[in-house]
Design a protein around this ligand. Structure first.
Ligand code: CP
Ligand code: NVA
Length: 314
């Protein structure tokens, strides 16, 4: 059994392909009704939210509760990271009370500081650079929809942002056929491409400007908001720059009928995706959102327990 005991998850790059496969197997088993036991019995986990959340907070709180643990959600109005107290001091204190930290932070650098200052596991619940828990859950959804991640043709249409970054790293590890369609100036960072090449023995995603060039054989059409949290003052410019790649009925019609549409949510309906697509027959966005909980149960079980063995997952 792949154990992650005592580890941090700041980036997809912290995991191996085998560890991700085990996590997906375990998440699938949990979703099918296998008990993961109570590896968090007696444990308390602090959840720090410097940015708003619906899915991440609720799915983590429920996952922790189901595994026997106690979640403590902290919002920025209380901890005031960097203003009332430094990231390092907040981390040192929580490490003395709690058994783990799940943090959604504005800056990835603060997450690294928190991880360095704490002995307990630290999990990235979204930063400006990555959203690993989202993309691990998305891998579960792609596996359910396509059957196999290896060779799955996933077309990401949108900004080269935190979600896109985690997708690139996961695809590099797992051999996903990832294509990225974005306007000039919104490509993933060069450092991300370098990390992907290292993880995937030279693997790179295919970068395109025109979705028509990659949709015809896509299994998955994936999008995220054009304006991420913290970029609100760029919203007007971004609306103009991304206008040609809205995921609408015309664009989806370029893909095969079996293609499914994914979005990490929350959606800016009418911007990156239309109501007709998100509520349409090819959308799996709500199943995708549900999978956050199953995946995070598996992640926590691998960080804190022996649950994978008890349900026979390698
Ligand atoms: N997808 C996601 O992380 O949703 P929340 O921002 O609501 O947590
Ligand atoms: N890219 C989005 C993801 C939200 C879950 C953001 O950072 O706001």
């Amino acid at each position: 059994m792949a154990s992650l005991a005592g580890r941090d998850l700041l980036s997809i790059a912290d995991l191996t392909a085998d560890e991700i496969d085990s996590m997906l197997d375990l998440a699938g088993a949990a979703k099918s009704g296998s008990s993961l036991g109570t590896p968090l019995a007696g444990a308390s986990l602090a959840l720090i939210f410097q940015r708003p959340s619906n899915r991440t907070r609720v799915s983590f709180e429920v996952a922790i509760h189901r595994l026997g643990g106690h979640p403590i959600a902290l919002f920025n109005a209380e901890v005031q990271l960097g203003a009332r107290e430094s990231a390092g001091d907040i981390s040192r204190i929580i490490d003395r009370y709690a058994d783990g930290i799940v943090a959604r932070l504005i800056s990835h650098r603060d997450l690294v500081t928190i991880a360095q200052a704490a002995d307990c596991p630290v999990v990235n619940a979204l930063t400006d650079q990555e959203h690993p828990c989202q993309v691990l859950a998305d891998c579960l959804t792609v596996r359910e929809v396509v059957g196999d991640l290896r060779g799955a043709r996933v077309t990401y249409i949108g900004d080269g942002n935190n979600v896109c970054t985690s997708w690139i790293l996961a695809a590099a590890l797992l051999g996903v056929d990832l294509r990225i369609v974005c306007p000039p100036g919104y490509e993933p960072r060069h450092a991300v491409m370098q990390t992907a090449a290292r993880l995937g023995a030279g693997w790179q995603p295919r970068l395109e400007r025109d979705p028509a060039r990659v949709l015809a054989d896509s299994d998955i059409i994936y999008t995220d908001v054009w304006t991420s949290m913290g970029q609100e003052n760029e919203q007007q410019q971004r609306r103009e720059d991304f206008a040609g790649i809205q995921v609408n009925d015309r664009l989806v019609s370029l893909a095969p009928e079996h293609a499914r549409v994914m979005h990490c949510l929350p959606a800016h309906r009418g911007e990156e995706i239309t109501d007709s697509v998100i509520d349409g027959p090819q959308s799996v966005v709500f199943e995708q959102a549900e999978n956050r909980m199953w995946l995070q149960m598996a992640l926590l079980a691998m960080l804190y327990g022996e649950a994978a063995q008890s349900v026979g997952v390698a």
